[in-house]
Design a protein around this ligand. Structure first.
Ligand code: ZN
Ligand code: ZN
Length: 255
C-alpha cells in the first residue's frame, strides 16, 4: 500500500501532544509545534563547556574538568517542551524519537572528523535492565547515522549504579560520580595511547590512535558525569574528547 494511503488510514500523531502530524512530517515522532517549543542554547558561551555567559573571571563550571575534555555542547534548554521530549526518550521506549532529538543535537557541533567515534554514556546495570535500553545509546546511534560515524558501546562501563544527582550540589555531584566509569575493552587499540600493531582494524574500536571521541548523553546538568567519563577514557589513552547532549538543565545557583 502506498505511504500516502497508509497515512490517510493510520494518520501518525505527535508522541508528545497527540496532534496529527502533517503528511510531510510523518517520519517524525514529535510535531513541528512541539519542536518549536525547544529553546536552543545559544552563544555567547564558555568556548569549552558551552555554558552561556556572563562569567566574571574564568568559567567555574568547567574549571575542574580533566584536560582531555575539550568541548561540550547542548542543543536545547531543559525546560517545558524539551523536558517532555527528554522524558519520552527515557521512558517512552520508542527508539525513533531519538532521531528527532539527534536532529537538533547534530547542529550544535560541526560534524566531527571521519576518524571520530561516538561513545554513549552507559547506564548502570540495574537501571539498564529495568528500562530495557540506554537512551544515550539511542541518541548516539541516531547521531551516528547523521554524521556517518561509528558508535562504540562496548568501551565504557559503569563500575556502580550512582545515586540520583538531582538534589546534589556541583561538588557533591563530582564526588558522587568519582570512579563511576571504567574502560571495559582494553583491546581498543588505545593502549599507551598507541595502536598496537597486532590489533586488526576489525578488533579496534578506533581507526587511528588519535581518534577523537564524542561522548553522547541525554541531559547535561553540571557536566560531572561527562567529566568523569572523559577521565576514564583518558586513562585508556584517549587524547581528545568532546561531548554533546540534547538538554541542558538550568544549573541551580548553589552560591
Ligand atoms: Zn506535538
Ligand atoms: Zn566553562
Amino acid at each position: 500500500m502506498p505511504d500516502a494511503v497508509l497515512q490517510l488510514l493510520l494518520p501518525a500523531e505527535c508522541f508528545l501532544c497527540r496532534a496529527l502530524l502533517p503528511y510531510h512530517e510523518s517520519d517524525h515522532l514529535v510535531c513541528p509545534v512541539c519542536r518549536s517549543r525547544w529553546r536552543p542554547v545559544t552563544p555567547p558561551w564558555c568556548e569549552r563547556c558551552g555554558q552561556p555567559e556572563p562569567h566574571f573571571g574564568p568559567c567555574r563550571l568547567c574549571a575542574a574538568w580533566p584536560v582531555v575534555l575539550r568541548r561540550v555542547r547542548s542543543a536545547v534548554w531543559l525546560d517545558a517542551g524539551a523536558r517532555d521530549a527528554a522524558h519520552a526518550l527515557k521512558y517512552g521506549g520508542l527508539p525513533r524519537i531519538a532521531d528527532d532529538l539527534a536532529a537538533v543535537m547534530a547542529r550544535v557541533l560541526p560534524p566531527p572528523d571521519t576518524s571520530s567515534a561516538l561513545v554513549p554514556i552507559p547506564l548502570g546495570h540495574k537501571r539498564c535492565k529495568a528500562r530495557g535500553y540506554n537512551q544515550s545509546e539511542w541518541l548516539a546511534r541516531a547521531l551516528g547515522r547523521r554524521w556517518r560515524l561509528p558508535v562504540v558501546v562496548a568501551l565504557l562501563e559503569r563500575t556502580r549504579d550512582t545515586a540520583s544527582q538531582t538534589a546534589l550540589t556541583p561538588a557533591a555531584r563530582l564526588a558522587n560520580v568519582a570512579g563511576a566509569f571504567r574502560v571495559r575493552n582494553a583491546e581498543c587499540g588505545m593502549r599507551n595511547g598507541r595502536a598496537s600493531s597486532r590489533d586488526s582494524p576489525v578488533h579496534s574500536a578506533f581507526r587511528t590512535p588519535h581518534s577523537a571521541l564524542v561522548l553522547v548523553d541525554d541531559v547535561f546538568t553540571t557536566g560531572a558525569t561527562l567529566a568523569e567519563a572523559a577521565r576514564a577514557l583518558a586513562t585508556a589513552g584517549a587524547q581528545a574528547v568532546s561531548a554533546v547532549t540534547f538538554g541542558r538543565a538550568v544549573v541551580p545557583d548553589f552560591t
